[in-house]
Design a protein around this ligand. Structure first.
Ligand SMILES: N[C@@H](CCC(=O)N[C@@H](CS)C(=O)NCC(=O)O)C(=O)O
Length: 245
C-alpha cells in the first residue's frame, strides 16, 4: 500500500460560515476543502466571503499524516491532490482550481461582481490574477519545494533562495503592471475588489511568511492594506480559519 493511502482522510467538517454571511447557496450547501495556510484555498475563501456565501470548511492538512491531500479519499475529490476543492450541494463532483471556482462563483452569484463589466477590464484582472496564480505560486508550491529538497538534494538555504527569487520576479512584474496603469485604483482594478485581489493578498501573506522583502512593491502593499481592512478579507485570513494552528 502506498504511504499516501495510509493518510487519514480529511477531518470531519467544521462549520465555518463567515460572520455576517446570510446567503444560503445550493441545496446541501457549499463545502470547501481547505487548509488554513493554503494560498489557493485562501483565494476562494475571500471570494466566498466577498459574496457573503456561507460554507462548511472540510480541513485537509497538507503536512499531517504525510499530507492528507495525498490520501486516496481526497484524491477521489480532487485527482490533482491539491486544495482547494469546492463541493456544491449533495452528490456531484467537486469544483477544483481556485480561479475556475472564483469564476464559477461570480457567474452564479453575480453580486458583488469579482470581474469588471468590460472585456478589456476582465482581461486585465485575469492577467493580474494569473501572474500570481500561474507564474509565482506553482513554482513555490509545497510539492515543488519538497521535490527540490527531498529528490534533488537542494539545501534549505537554496530552497529559500529559489522561493524568494520567484516571488521577487513575479511581484515586481505585478507591481510594475499596477503602478503603470490608470485602471489601478484602491484595489488592483478600480475601487472594488476583484479576482486579482483574491490572488494578490494570499501571495503577499505567503511572501511575508517566508520573510521576503516587500519594500520594492509600494503599490502592492497599499492595495493589500486596503483589502485587509475589509471584513471579507479578514474572515478569509488563515488565522481566522477553524483549522488554524
Ligand atoms: N492551481 C491550483 C493550485 C492548488 C495548489 O497548489 N494548492 C496547494 C496549496 S496552496 C496544495 O494543495 N499543495 C499541496 C502539495 O503541494 O502537496 C489552484 O489554483 O487551485
Amino acid at each position: 500500500m502506498l504511504q499516501s493511502e495510509l493518510a487519514t482522510p480529511a477531518a470531519a467538517p467544521v462549520l465555518a460560515t463567515a460572520a455576517g454571511a446570510t446567503r444560503v447557496p445550493a441545496r446541501g450547501g457549499l463545502q470547501l476543502y481547505s487548509y488554513f495556510r493554503s494560498s489557493a484555498a485562501y483565494r476562494v475563501r475571500i471570494g466566498l466571503a466577498l459574496k457573503g456565501l456561507g460554507y462548511e470548511t472540510i480541513p485537509v492538512h497538507l503536512v499531517k499524516d504525510g499530507g492528507q491531500q495525498l490520501g486516496a479519499r481526497y484524491r477521489h475529490t480532487n485527482p490533482q491532490a491539491l486544495v482547494p476543492a469546492l463541493q456544491i450541494g449533495e452528490g456531484g463532483s467537486a469544483l477544483t482550481q481556485s480561479l475556475a471556482i472564483l469564476e464559477y462563483l461570480d457567474e452564479v452569484y453575480p453580486q458583488p461582481a469579482l470581474l469588471p463589466t468590460d472585456a478589456l477590464g476582465r482581461a486585465r484582472v485575469r492577467a493580474i490574477a494569473q501572474m500570481v496564480a500561474c507564474e509565482i505560486h506553482p513554482l513555490n508550491n509545497l510539492r515543488v519545494l519538497k521535490y527540490l529538497t527531498q529528490e534533488l538534494g537542494v539545501s534549505a538555504e537554496q530552497k529559500d533562495g529559489w522561493y524568494a527569487h520567484w516571488v521577487a520576479l513575479g511581484l515586481q512584474a505585478v507591481e510594475d503592471t499596477l503602478a503603470a496603469s490608470p485602471d489601478t485604483g484602491r484595489f488592483c482594478h478600480g475601487d472594488t475588489p476583484s479576482i486579482a485581489d483574491c490572488c494578490l493578498v494570499p501571495q503577499v501573506f505567503n511572501a511575508r511568511r517566508f520573510h521576503c522583502a516587500l519594500d520594492a512593491y509600494p503599490t502592492i502593499i497599499r492595495i493589500v492594506a486596503a483589502c485587509e481592512q475589509l471584513p471579507a478579507f479578514q474572515q478569509a485570513a488563515p488565522e481566522a480559519q477553524p483549522d488554524a494552528e
